[in-house]
Design a protein around this ligand. Structure first.
Ligand code: COA
Length: 175
């Protein structure tokens, strides 16, 4: 459930597993391969790099109320992407965020990571998985639509709220 081996369309073998504190050493190489635009789409703010303080927060999440899965290239050991899920204070709904190595976009990895995170959320008994997506992030919005998320507008903030009621997701579709 926590770990899964997948093969991308181009044959690349990838392991999904929970992020561990020692993965901090994989981040500099990963972040060097993430464009400023992708950082903006993920963090909603222009940033040239991730501060040490933010990195520390991303690595040392509270496992009682959050989960982060990393995608590791099984040949090189490189970090390819991270998907996170942070529960609300009642542990009923989870808020996700996802970021991939920019060159790998469009290879099907994001889709598989989202499915892995959704399966985990359903298994944990959460009611919904939710996220905020910038209105111009067409790839992510299309993907969310195909995954069954309901999408609503927050035009004032330029974002869309995406919500997936987990009881609408058949378990067999997640494997
Ligand atoms: C958004 C992001 C996670 C998407 O991941 P990705 O690996 O590029 O996307 P994928 O290749 O898995 O999927 C993209 C496409 O395949 C479709 N798709 C992929 N696998 C599929 C499958 N097995 N079945 C059906 N559709 C599939 C998607 O709908 C989409 O369609 P398109 O390529 O025709 O537009 C990634 O681009 C990213 O990290 N972006 C920057 C950060 C960001 O935007 N984060 C989101 C904010 S929370």
């Amino acid at each position: 459930m926590l770990e899964r081996h997948v093969t991308l369309r181009d044959g690349e073998k990838v392991l999904f597993r929970p992020l561990r504190p020692e993965d901090v050493r994989l981040y500099p190489d990963f972040l060097a391969e993430v464009t400023h635009e992708d950082l903006r789409l993920r963090f909603f703010a222009a940033m040239r790099e991730i501060s040490e303080e933010l990195l520390d927060k991303l690595i040392h999440y509270d496992p009682a109320h959050a989960m982060a899965f990393v995608a590791i290239d099984e040949d090189s050991g490189k970090l390819l992407g991270v998907v996170r899920l942070h529960d609300d204070k009642d542990d009923v709904n989870g808020e996700f965020a996802i970021l991939l190595r920019s060159q790998l976009k469009g290879h099907g990895l994001g889709w598989l990571m989202m499915k892995h995170m959704i399966a985990y959320a359903k298994e944990r008994g959460l009611k919904t998985v939710q996220g905020q997506v910038l209105a111009e992030n067409a790839t992510m919005l299309t993907m969310c639509g195909e995954l069954g998320f309901h999408i609503t507008d927050d035009a004032e903030r330029g974002v869309k709220h995406v919500t997936l009621p987990l009881d609408e997701v058949p378990t067999e579709e997640l494997h």
